[in-house]
Design a protein around this ligand. Sequence first.
Ligand code: HEC
Length: 158
Amino acid sequence: MKRIIKWILRIALLALIVIQFIRPEKNNGGYESVKAFETETKPSVKVAGILKTYCYDCHSDQTQYPWYAEVAPISYWLDDHVRHGKGEFNVSKWESYSVKKKDHKLEEIIEEVKEGHMPLDSYTWIHGTLTEEEKKDLFLWVDLARLSYQEELKVSGN
Ligand code: HEC
């Protein structure tokens, strides 16, 4: 019995070592990848900081990876969040969104943050979450950015 347990532990350890060599591809777009979005939606320095601190890791190609992102299987788990988050809302693809989609995604920001769905709980354990003041600044920026998109939608009759 003892020998079997020893073997199981050995195999588990070997598997843990082997999976370290399977590394998910990383986002390393840097500031360039959020520049078009920020030029268009004009966040203040403060709001840009809020987005960078709490949102860009999963919603842009500018992801700041923590050290534990190097450790499998945590790396797979983080990669899954980033992929899923970017699939729903990716500021690095902002230019490819229609005006209607841009307006809608901005609207969703307020909803998701107000309801406490964003940032994801697993993220806030480590990174903390927005203060009430940060939320207020964020929502004000969303409202302003949406104004110009809504103007565009009105002109185009959508
Ligand atoms: C740890 C990764 C992560 C972080 C950080 C994060 N999100 Fe998300 N976000 C996701 C995932 C995954 C989804 C899709 C699944 C879901 O809705 O739960 C999502 C969905 C969304 C959506 C919904 C898009 C739609 O059309 O339904 C919005 C808007 C959003 N996030 C905004 C934000 C904002 C704003 C922040 C920062 C305050 C943020 N997220 C931080 C992972 C993240």
